[in-house]
Ligand binder design. Structure first.
Ligand code: ZN
Ligand code: ZN
Length: 254
C-alpha cells in the first residue's frame, strides 16, 4: 500500500534542495546571463513540467521501494565489491544508463515521450524540468534498480538523486561561465553552453550531446558536438511548427 504522506516525506529533501539550489541559480542568471530570456512566456508549461516530473518521480520511487523491500536486498548476490569500487561504479553506471535512455528517447519510436522536454524555447534553470511521466520513469527507474542490485546505502542513492537535480539546474541554466572554465570542465561534465546545443532547433545539433552529468559518454559514443565548433549567434530553441502537438498531448507524451 503506497502512503501519500510517505512519498511527500521522502521527497522533502530533494524538493528543498531543488528550490534552495534554484535560488542560487536564479541569482547567477541575473548576474551573468548567457542568453536573453523571457521566463514568463513558457512559465505555465514549466510549472506543469515540474509538477509532472516530481509527482511521477516520487510515485515511481515509492512503488519501486515497496517492491524492492518485499524481496529484500542483494537479490542476485551481486553486492560483493568493496565500497571504494562499488560507489564510484554506481555513479558512472547510473549516468551511463541515463545517457542511453536519453539517446533512445530521440528515436522515432520514443520521441513522443521526450518532445515535451524539447518544447522549451526559453532556457533557464527551472525550464529544464519539462519531462513526461514516461520520460521520468526511463531516467530514474533503471538507476533505482541498479542501486537495489548493488545494495547501495540509501544515503548514496539520495546523493545521486541530489546530484541529478543539481546538474539539471547546471545544464539548463542561463549562466555564462567564463569560456576557459567551460572548456576545462567540459572534458568531464556537461555545461550550460554544451547542453544548450542539444535544445537547438537544428536536428544535427539536437541529436547530439545526450549526457546528463558526465560529458565523456558523448565523446566515447561519437555523439559529441564541441560548443566552440558552433556559431551561437543564430541558435534557436524549442520545436519546429511541424513537430508541435497540443500541450495536453505533449505533457502526456502522446
Ligand atoms: Zn533530448
Ligand atoms: Zn535539456
Amino acid at each position: 500500500m503506497i502512503d501519500g504522506w510517505r512519498i511527500l516525506w521522502d521527497m522533502a529533501v530533494p524538493l528543498a534542495f531543488f528550490f534552495a539550489a534554484g535560488a542560487l541559480f536564479a541569482a547567477g542568471e541575473r548576474w551573468r546571463p548567457l542568453r536573453s530570456v523571457d521566463k514568463r512566456s513558457g512559465r505555465q508549461l514549466d510549472i506543469i513540467g515540474f509538477a509532472v516530473t516530481y509527482g511521477s518521480g516520487g510515485l515511481f520511487l515509492a512503488v519501486f521501494t515497496e517492491f524492492a523491500n518485499s524481496i529484500g536486498p542483494d537479490p542476485l548476490g551481486l553486492a560483493t565489491l568493496p565500497w571504494i569500487i562499488s560507489i564510484p561504479l554506481f555513479f558512472l553506471v547510473t549516468d551511463l544508463l541515463r545517457y542511453w535512455a536519453h539517446w533512445a528517447m530521440h528515436s522515432q519510436r520514443l520521441w513522443a515521450i521526450h518532445r515535451f522536454h524539447h518544447s522549451v524555447a526559453e532556457l533557464y534553470w527551472f525550464s529544464g524540468n519539462r519531462d513526461t511521466a514516461a520520460h521520468t520513469a526511463l531516467l530514474i527507474v533503471p538507476s533505482a534498480v541498479f542501486a537495489w542490485l548493488m545494495d547501495m546505502p540509501a544515503v548514496v542513492a539520495q546523493f545521486n538523486l541530489l546530484l541529478q537535480i543539481l546538474w539539471n539546474h547546471v545544464m539548463h541554466c542561463n549562466i555564462a561561465l567564463p569560456a576557459a572554465l567551460s572548456r576545462a570542465i567540459e572534458t568531464v561534465v556537461v555545461t550550460p553552453r554544451l547542453h544548450e546545443l542539444h535544445h537547438s532547433l537544428l536536428p544535427a545539433l539536437r541529436d547530439r550531446n545526450f549526457g546528463s552529468v558526465f560529458s565523456f559518454w558523448d565523446r566515447l559514443f561519437g555523439t559529441y558536438v564541441p560548443p566552440d565548433s558552433v556559431d551561437r549567434s543564430g541558435l534557436g530553441f524549442g520545436l519546429e511548427p511541424q513537430d508541435r502537438t497540443p500541450p495536453l498531448r505533449m505533457v502526456l507524451g502522446l
